[in-house]
Design a protein around this ligand. Structure first.
Ligand code: URA
Length: 244
């Protein structure tokens, strides 16, 4: 692995900042100062120190994609967990669907209890902030099924902005994918993350959402990942998110 990547993955600095540390002579590999950028190391056998402090991959960031099923809450721990001995059953959380025990991961953003689809989990707070900060206007794409059909004028209102929470939603992209048995399938891309935003936008134009699934965050796609299944993101997918 490239030395700068290793330093970044240990959570010490970004790759660029790692290059600076290397160039400044602050990094040693097996007790020898390394200043050449582009040095490769063996992450399993080599010992790397920064300012004479050993760094390891234990705090390595993880990035997980989950196909959240409907009927579970997007939290690490359900704050409505019933008292011990209570008859009431605890609600499922997204953590029931991921298998990471040695890292303190958390979801990036939220999907409603009844919404399914792409949710990301990580222990990388900086990336989570970037993806959720409203000023970054990260596009999020959903497939909604609604009862009945929408007039062109309603589609235009959805696209141009709907009054919600005392403001108007940003422009959105809306495409009718098809109508079958009086159910319309609509793809909608929004650039904010207001509470129940998609459902409330459709409600505003008089449509009842009977199914909602998030399929994309930026260019990152849920693809064919099965409901309730999770997997680690590839390096390419992580790069897509970091570029957003
Ligand atoms: N909009 C909604 O209405 N619900 C979600 O879960 C996400 C976006």
């Amino acid at each position: 692995m490239r030395l700068n990547k290793y330093i970044a993955e240990c959570g010490v600095a970004s790759r660029r900042a790692a290059d600076k540390l290397i160039a400044e002579g602050k990094v040693k590999v097996n007790n020898k100062t390394v200043t050449a950028l582009g040095t490769d190391i063996n992450e399993f056998n080599d010992t790397v120190t920064v300012d004479d402090r050993k760094i390891t991959l234990v705090n390595r960031y993880v990035y997980i994609m989950l196909h959240k099923p409907k009927g579970c809450v997007t939290t690490v721990k359900d704050d409505k967990t019933p008292e011990e001995g209570s008859e009431v059953k605890a609600r499922k959380t997204i953590m029931d669907y991921v298998n990471v025990t040695d890292k303190r991961i958390f979801p990036i953003g939220r999907l409603d209890y009844d919404t399914e689809g792409l949710i990301l989990l990580t222990n990388d707070g900086a990336l989570a902030n970037k993806l959720t900060h409203p000023s970054n206007e990260i596009p999020k794409t959903y497939i909604a099924k609604i009862e009945g059909t929408l007039q062109e004028s309603d589609l235009a209102r959805l696209r141009n902005g709907i009054p919600l929470d005392g403001t108007v939603t940003h422009r959105s992209k809306v495409k009718v994918l098809g109508v079958e048995n009086n159910i319309s399938r609509i793809e909608i891309t929004i650039y904010e993350g207001k509470n129940r935003q998609v459902r409330r936008m459709f409600e505003y134009v008089g449509a009842n959402v009977i199914f909602l699934k998030r399929t994309k965050i930026g260019d990152l796609k849920l693809g064919g990942l099965g409901r309730g299944m999770s997997r680690y993101l590839t390096d390419r997918e992580i790069a897509i998110l970091q570029r957003l």
